[in-house]
Design a protein around this ligand. Structure first.
Ligand SMILES: Nc1ncnc2c1ncn2[C@@H]1O[C@H](COP(=O)(O)OP(=O)(O)OP(=O)(O)O)[C@@H](O)[C@H]1O
Ligand SMILES: [Mg+2]
Length: 496
């Protein structure tokens, strides 16, 4: 039985020996519990890499340790802080490092010789994939960071002009994701429109990004330093629209509005006024809006004085404005006044090649807001998304991704999971054929017997639908809008 007065260990340990043993134990401990370690010499050259670290090499662009050794650390590990440790002699006990190989929780410790001189440093990867291991902490941190950014922005805009608080553009052209020919073209037109001071009319289906573009046009215009003021006409009761637009003179009303109130035209002074859902404007207000635009002056309710205004107008609608004019529900003269620079924002199905990039960006945003890992659709799932009609466009795509991510236990989203969400949402349907190519196909491709081309298209559509439904023939037939018998017929004899 051990007693307090146990005999001293038989090992001849002096203080130096204990230190060395402790150092060695620590080294082995870190080596076994960490994901990887490496050493640099005093010149910051990599001199040693442990077994665990090998697996990061391919992501850093190296196929062997020999290639990796001997390099200056910053040449081979982007964003590393090892040199700082060598220079200051101070450890960085815990830090997040992000580079092309991923995000890691790392530790960096200087190594000293007996005289206390720094002779190198040790880098330790404590965790890789911190997004899973440290998820709760990171999402909380991301949330706090977002709140801080918002608060800072708000404060900055209040400082520069109290009237403009929260009246800055929220998006720039960089927020408009897409490199398809249709997306590139609309961005080109919108950039040109930003340079002009004429009214812009944004036309396009719901959820195509009209509001986003209105912000971006403002942000790229010479008025970017002025306010961006939006009004959603469909959301304001008809009886209040006039006051919203033109404001109310002091004393015009008793009660809350006694002191008078600025209208949106006035608030947008020096900036941009965004008239959203313009197609929903009642005829009586249309007349007043027209007069304001023609004269460049507004008349607040209850006032008999005209005030000049200086706001660039951007209007948007998902309705067919020309048809409303024909039906007598929208004034023709107002239509022409707004329709100076019409921009037709393309629906998602005309730019299907943007879907992967949109999925990436929307997924990132969904994950950030929910504090979860970013959804990762499989190639089949992406193909399924590319085949949809997308009546609600990018907003609908976002909803589908959000719902699928919520239902899924894993980060990965496969085609079957997405098909389920699409079915449940009820509005989307698979296009009957593969998406039409956006770039003109090579003529040689088309100069073949039509029957052969149609058969090939059918085979591709069937293969895609089978993949999307996990091989379920009934679901495949439904997705393609054909009977099960026809599907079996095609599968048995694909050339008929
Ligand atoms: N090209 C794009 N890249 C990234 N996000 C986009 C893009 N276009 C639209 N979005 C996003 O999709 C959503 C819908 O866009 P927005 O509100 O601008 O559409 P809208 O055309 O004004 O629709 P509605 O007519 O229904 O008002 C927003 O969350 C927006 O940020
Ligand atoms: Mg809108």
């Amino acid at each position: 039985m051990p007693s307090a007065a146990a005999p001293p260990s038989a090992l001849p340990l002096d203080a130096q020996g204990i230190l060395e043993l402790a150092a060695r134990s620590m080294f082995h401990l870190f080596s076994s519990i960490s994901q990887g370690m490496f050493l640099v010499d005093r010149d910051a050259r990599i001199v040693w890499v442990n077994e665990g670290y090998r697996r990061f090499l391919p992501d850093l662009g190296f196929s062997s340790i020999d290639q990796f050794l001997g390099h200056l650390v910053e040449e081979v590990i982007p964003n590393t802080q090892m040199r700082r440790v060598l220079e200051t002699g101070e450890p960085i006990l815990i830090d997040l490092l992000t580079n092309k190989a991923g995000t890691f929780v790392v530790s960096r410790i200087p190594l000293r010789d007996e005289a206390g001189q720094v002779i190198g440093a040790i880098g330790i990867v404590l965790f890789d994939h911190p997004e899973t291991t440290l998820q709760p902490l990171i999402s909380k941190f991301a949330m706090l960071q977002r709140e801080l950014d918002d608060a800072r922005r708000e404060l900055a805009s209040q400082r520069s002009n109290p009237l403009y608080a929260q009246r800055r553009a929220k998006h720039t052209f960089a927020s408009f994701v897409g490199t398809s020919p249709a997306a590139t073209e609309i961005k080109r037109q919108a950039r040109r429109a930003a340079q002009s001071s004429s009214p812009v009319l944004l036309l396009g289906e719901t959820g195509t990004g009209k509001e986003l573009l209105a912000h971006a046009i403002h942000a790229a215009s010479p008025r970017a330093h002025g306010p961006f003021v939006g009004i959603n006409i469909a959301a304001v009761p008809d009886t209040l629209l006039e006051a919203e637009f033109f404001g109310v003179a002091p004393g015009a009303y008793t009660g809350a509005d006694r002191k008078g109130r600025d209208g949106k035209f006035r608030l947008a002074h020096g900036g941009t006024l965004f008239l959203d859902e313009i197609g929903d404007m009642p005829l009586a207000v249309q007349a007043k809006l027209l007069r304001a635009l023609q004269e460049g002056e507004i008349e607040p309710l209850g006032s008999n004085r005209l005030q000049p205004f200086d706001a660039r107008v951007i209007a948007a609608t998902s309705r067919d404005l020309a048809a409303l004019v024909r039906e007598g529900r929208f004034r023709e003269d107002l239509y022409y006044r707004l329709n100076v620079l019409p921009l037709r924002v393309p629906p998602l199905r005309e730019r299907r090649s943007d879907i992967p990039a949109l999925v990436e960006v929307l997924g990132e945003d969904i994950a950030l807001r929910a504090g979860t890992a970013q959804p990762e659709p499989t190639p089949d799932a992406l193909a399924l998304l590319a085949g949809q009609h997308w009546r609600g466009n990018i907003r609908e795509l976002r909803n589908v991704l959000e719902q699928a991510a919520m239902r899924s236990d894993t980060q990965q989203l496969d085609a079957a999971q997405l098909a389920e969400v699409l079915r449940a949402s009820g509005v989307a349907q698979l296009a009957p054929a593969a998406p039409p190519p956006e770039a003109a196909p090579l003529p040689a491709d088309l100069l073949r017997p039509l029957g052969e081309q149609v058969a090939e298209l059918e085979r591709r559509a069937i293969a895609a639908a089978l993949a999307a439904t996990g091989g379920n023939k009934l679901a495949t037939a439904r997705l393609l809008g054909i009977s099960r018998a026809t599907l079996y017929g095609r599968l048995e004899n694909p050339d008929q």
